[in-house]
Design a protein around this ligand. Structure first.
Ligand SMILES: Cc1cc2nc3c(=O)[nH]c(=O)nc-3n(C[C@H](O)[C@H](O)[C@H](O)COP(=O)(O)OP(=O)(O)OC[C@H]3O[C@@H](n4cnc5c(N)ncnc54)[C@H](O)[C@@H]3O)c2cc1C
Length: 387
């Protein structure tokens, strides 16, 4: 058993740590101010352009994309450190393209879709969204009711989607719909590619979430798609969607390691300086235990993340491991950030510090891509041999 990162992957993690320090951390005051004034956290095009240029020059785009479309085809273990380092800043930035949708496209596209969707996506020329959740189907996507019905050489989609991140900006949305009601998740749900501006794809409203995040509600009203927009096999949309979700859940866990590490670093820097009742906070047992427990949990979580990543690279089934690490990481980061906020007293309650945004972003993660309770249920069902 070798716990050491390869030289190449350690250098990549170090490179990203420097990128975060030099390019993303300096933008935090702007992001904090924007969010405090109710305008969300997203970077403007002018703020993004130089960062995109720099990250592209450094070869940080398409890290896990196939080489034949311009990616670096790095294994999952290399990406653990990438997400961890990006998690250390509240400046919202990921290296194009977004990995979860990329992974879903990689296992579904045909030759034509590879050229039309995957290749420009890897080159960072397009933005994508994923439409799974509905007003009546969130934690249980198999209960979705949006339908896609064949009409000659077309599919006609009708239904409602909600909480869809980037739905208004995306060049294309991967949209999940029922193609055979009798089969449900076992052969009755398909994935489609819906281009921006397709008639019948209506973005109804923008929904402000906590942490400056934005989602959208979308209506599909007789949205006609040519047969070529079916992604993967008819009725077989659920398995590639799970590939996407597993990638996202592990990525989220790694981001949480970075969030928690930053909160711990902030506590360690501040606690020796702040004196109450004549004694530095660092000398209080409460703070010492918070610090020791945080370091222990971060260490455990990192090992869990590398274990899951390694198993993914071996092609093994990691549904339980991914559920475990998603729950462990999101709850760990939530509690460690909360303790850091407590350590900072009133300063920790301000919108001048990043802690509240770190907390809100982790709080969101305990809901999306499966709430913690559902992931515990997944783990328990396997152990108890329940269906
Ligand atoms: C910031 C954010 C971004 C999102 N982006 C997207 C996106 O881009 N695309 C998309 O499709 N969706 C997106 N979502 C939706 C997200 O995936 C769903 O919100 C999530 O799956 C939960 O569904 P729900 O909100 O309908 O909760 P429900 O399904 O109503 O569940 C509510 C609560 O019930 C409990 N619960 C549910 N089932 C069980 C169970 N089996 N056992 C025990 N307890 C249970 C849990 O506590 C859960 O939190 C996003 C959500 C958020 C918050």
């Amino acid at each position: 058993m070798d716990f050491a990162l390869s030289e190449e992957h350690r250098m990549l993690k170090d490179l990203i740590a420097r990128f975060v320090r030099e390019e993303l951390l300096p933008l935090e005051p702007v992001v904090l101010e924007r969010e405090a004034s109710g305008q969300g956290t997203l970077l403007t095009a002018a703020e993004r352009a130089p960062i995109d240029k720099k990250s592209r020059e450094l070869g940080l785009w398409g890290l896990d994309a196939p080489e034949d479309v311009g990616g670096s085809d790095l294994p999952e273990v290399a990406l653990v450190g990438v997400s961890e380092e990006l998690g250390k800043t509240i400046t919202p930035y990921v290296f194009p393209p977004d990995s979860p949708n990329l992974r879903m496209l990689m296992v579904t596209v045909n030759q034509e879709q590879r050229a039309r969707y995957l290749a420009p996506y890897v080159r960072g020329e397009t933005i994508s969204a994923i439409g799974i959740s509905e007003p009546g189907a969130g934690a249980d996507p198999s209960a979705m009711t949006t339908t896609a019905v064949k009409d000659g050489a077309h599919w006609v989609l009708n239904g409602r989607k909600i909480w869809i991140s980037k739905a208004a900006e995306a060049d294309f949305t991967i949209l999940m719909a029922v193609t055979d009601k009798t089969k449900g998740a076992r052969g009755g749900i398909s994935a489609f590619l819906v281009d921006k501006g397709t008639p019948g794809f209506h973005v109804l409203r923008k929904i402000q979430m906590i942490g400056g995040h934005v989602t959208y509600e979308v209506a599909l009203e007789d949205c006609r798609l040519p047969a070529s927009k079916l992604l993967g096999q008819e009725g077989q949309g659920f398995a590639p969607m799970q590939v996407r979700l597993s990638t996202k859940r592990l990525e989220m866990a790694c981001t949480c390691i970075g969030v928690a590490q930053r909160a711990l670093d902030m506590m360690c820097e501040y606690a020796p300086q702040r004196v109450t009742f004549g004694v530095p906070l660092a000398e209080r047992q409460t703070i010492q235990w918070w610090v020791a427990d945080a370091a222990t949990r971060i260490h455990a979580c990192r090992l869990m993340a590398y274990d899951a990543a390694w198993k993914i690279d071996q092609g093994r089934d990691v549904r339980s491991e991914v559920s475990m690490v998603k729950v462990f990481a999101t709850e760990m980061a939530w509690e460690i950030v909360d303790q850091a906020m407590q350590t900072f007293g009133a300063m920790g309650m301000t919108k001048e510090m990043p802690l509240q945004l770190m907390a809100s972003s982790v709080r969101n993660m305990r809901i999306y891509d499966g709430p913690s309770e559902v992931h515990r249920w997944v783990v328990a069902r396997k152990l108890l041999r329940l269906r």
